[in-house]
Design a binder for this molecule. Structure first.
Ligand code: TXD
Length: 321
């Protein structure tokens, strides 16, 4: 069976890690597109020359010509600028919206049947714009953010409890920004509620709540924490790893339930906007949004996160996108 064709629009920090991970995991053949002349050609040549060491047969090619993404099965978009210290994800809106419009037009022309994962920030607005410009059905257009945010939340919990992160389940809903909603109530270690483990660790409910609150706040600010340390850009290893989890579930029809930015049609009381929610990812892309009951506080937090997305989308539309 021929390998799937995976095109990466954007060959920067995240794009480079994506290309190498896809090749090493043999998820498919890679075409990396970037506007910077020779950048994708150089990065993919370097990755391809490790094939003997890594033991993969996937082809990895770079191009500055959109025609080369023709017939892609999966497209992952990182084209756009990352944040610098002091910038919010929303500060990238106009610049990245201009880029995303061109990307969507070209993907529509050359890969009209592709499933598309958007990574570029501000994430939920960029997914919205790609969907609008491409006209692709909603099951084939999604955004990567919730897996990253949930992984960060799970990592902080694992560090706090001194347990393997592999046994921590943690879920973050909402927009990919300061209003994201880590769901404390369902955070667990192999089914054991994290709050119960914290209360046992500190033998103090108040202290346990303070520790959890600090982890929630660190999760919400985790992107900025990395930006501050790197100074020249934003996180790229963890976003790439997160998008690979989505790609695998789609390419191998794994039906994983993963938090992604999906277009909601009434689920969680939200209609017509891309917001981070759990969804089943399979060969048809976003196959089902997995809705569950939120308590009043969680619903209020999700509503305000959805409002932040709505406001950003309105700003984008007011600016002519
Ligand atoms: O999880 C998430 N969703 C976020 C996404 C996590 C971290 C970073 N997030 C965002 O991804 C970040 O704020 C940026 O908007 C994107 C890409 O981040 P990356 O760190 O990869 O940025 P780079 O290294 O600057 O790479 C962007 C590439 C770069 O090579 C540019 O030349 C290219 O995008 N670029 C373009 N490619 C195609 N077409 C156009 N017009 C274009 N303009 C720039």
């Amino acid at each position: 069976m021929a390998r799937k064709k995976i095109s990466l629009i954007g060959g920067g920090q995240i794009g480079g890690v994506l290309a190498q991970l896809i090749a090493q995991k043999q998820l498919g053949d890679v075409v990396m597109y970037d506007v910077v002349e020779d950048l994708p050609q150089g990065k993919t040549l370097d990755i391809a020359e490790a094939a003997r060491v890594d033991g993969f047969d996937s082809s990895v090619k770079g191009t500055n010509d959109y025609k080369d993404i023709k017939g892609s099965d999966l497209v992952i978009v990182t084209a756009g600028l990352p944040r610098k210290p002091g910038m919010s994800r929303d500060d990238l809106l106009v610049t990245n919206a201009k880029i995303m419009k061109v990307v969507a037009e070209n993907v529509k022309q050359f890969a009209p049947n592709a499933i598309v994962i958007i990574i570029s920030n501000p994430l939920d607005a960029m997914v919205t714009l790609f969907k609008k410009v491409s006209g692709f059905p909603e099951n084939r257009v999604m955004g990567q953010a919730g897996i990253l945010d949930s992984s960060r939340f799970a990592t902080f919990i694992a560090w706090e409890l001194g347990v393997s992160v592999k046994d921590v389940n943690a879920l973050v809903l909402g927009g990919h920004g300061d209003t994201m909603v880590p769901i404390i109530r369902y955070a667990n270690v192999n089914g054991i509620p994290v709050m119960e483990l914290l209360e046992r660790k500190y033998n103090d409910k108040t202290k346990a709540s303070e520790v959890m609150k600090a982890m929630v706040e660190r999760t919400k600010a985790a992107g900025g924490e990395v930006v501050k340390l790197l100074k020249t850009g934003s996180a790229f290893y963890s976003p790439a790893a997160s998008a690979i989890a989505m790609a695998k579930s789609i390419l191998f029809d794994e039906k994983r339930v993963l938090p992604i930015s999906a277009l909601l049609n009434g689920e969680f009381g939200i209609t017509g906007y891309y917001v981070g929610v759990p969804a089943v990812l399979g060969a048809n892309g976003v196959e089902k949004v997995v809705e569950f009951k939120l308590d009043a506080e969680e619903q209020a937090l999700l509503d305000s996160s959805a409002k932040a997305v709505k406001d950003l989308v309105s700003d984008m539309e007011r600016l002519g996108f």
